[in-house]
Design a protein around this ligand. Structure first.
Ligand code: 13P
Length: 250
């Protein structure tokens, strides 16, 4: 049985005072939780706050992006080594908002993935199709392309230290969740694709679902065979909701 993992993606939300209440609320709410790992990925300026408040708790923390460069003249960028200094365990890479709004290519995402692993971070690789792609019947093609680029560069064994998140773009922030069967089908596809290269890696791979996960639908999604937890946007900004989602995994 794979352990469940629930990760909050705060996106560009947060203020010091609010964060404190949220982080303390989440840490308290999952203190006794044993069967699920929990984490929050906060904006860069709040990593120190997350580190100070979550140290010693059941909640890990991470970032939402990083540069693939180790250091250098890259104004405005943040390196993996910097995230490590603030105790990050995870870094989200290739989120659809990065791919769509900031034109990150599959190749860039793969380079970041490599750099994250080399620094000792656990990348959460996001993949997923747009509504137009789903309607055109090319969901699997898109997800395979996004996944293959990373596997070809880093090797399939790299997935032992990584997490994959399936986030259909049409379900993000829209209130429109993929049905458990729709999500399960893509999760199974991802696992089978990895299994063609390495059965053991595929079996152990943690595949999260993201896209309008709420306290009300989390348990059903997480009960599917290949859904190992969630990557949570909006609902991760309300302690009570996020804690309920963390507790929804059996
Ligand atoms: P929502 O949960 O707000 O739909 O966001 C999902 C997401 O993008 C998490 O990374």
């Amino acid at each position: 049985m794979r352990r469940k993992l629930v990760v909050g993606n705060w996106k560009m939300f947060g203020r010091l005072a609010r964060n404190q209440a949220l982080l303390e609320g989440v840490a308290a709410g999952v203190r006794d939780l044993r069967n699920t790992d929990c984490a929050v990925c906060v904006p860069y300026p709040y990593l120190a706050q997350a580190q100070a408040l979550l140290q010693g708790s059941n909640v890990a923390w991470g970032a939402q992006n990083m540069s693939h460069h180790e250091e250098g003249a890259y104004t405005g960028e943040v390196a993996a080594g910097m995230l490590v200094e603030f105790g990050c365990k995870y870094v989200i890479l290739g989120h659809s908002e990065r791919r769509g709004l900031y034109h990150e290519s599959d190749e860039t995402v793969a380079m970041k993935f490599d750099a994250a692993l080399k620094a000792g971070l656990q990348p959460i690789l996001c993949v997923g199709e747009t509504l137009a792609e789903r309607e055109a019947g090319i969901t699997e093609e898109i997800v395979a392309r996004q996944l293959d680029e990373v596997v070809n560069r880093a090797g399939v064994k790299a997935l032992e230290k990584a997490v994959v998140a399936y986030e259909p773009v049409w379900a993000i922030g829209t209130g429109k969740t993929a049905s458990p069967d729709q999500a399960q089908a893509v999760h199974a596809f991802i696992r089978q694709r990895v299994a063609k290269l390495d059965g053991q890696v595929a079996q152990g791979l943690c595949i999260l679902y993201g896209g309008s996960v709420k306290a009300a639908n989390a348990a059903e999604l997480f009960s599917m065979a290949d859904i190992d937890g969630g990557l949570i946007g909006g609902a991760s900004l309300v302690a009570e909701d996020f804690v309920a989602i963390c507790r929804a995994g059996k």
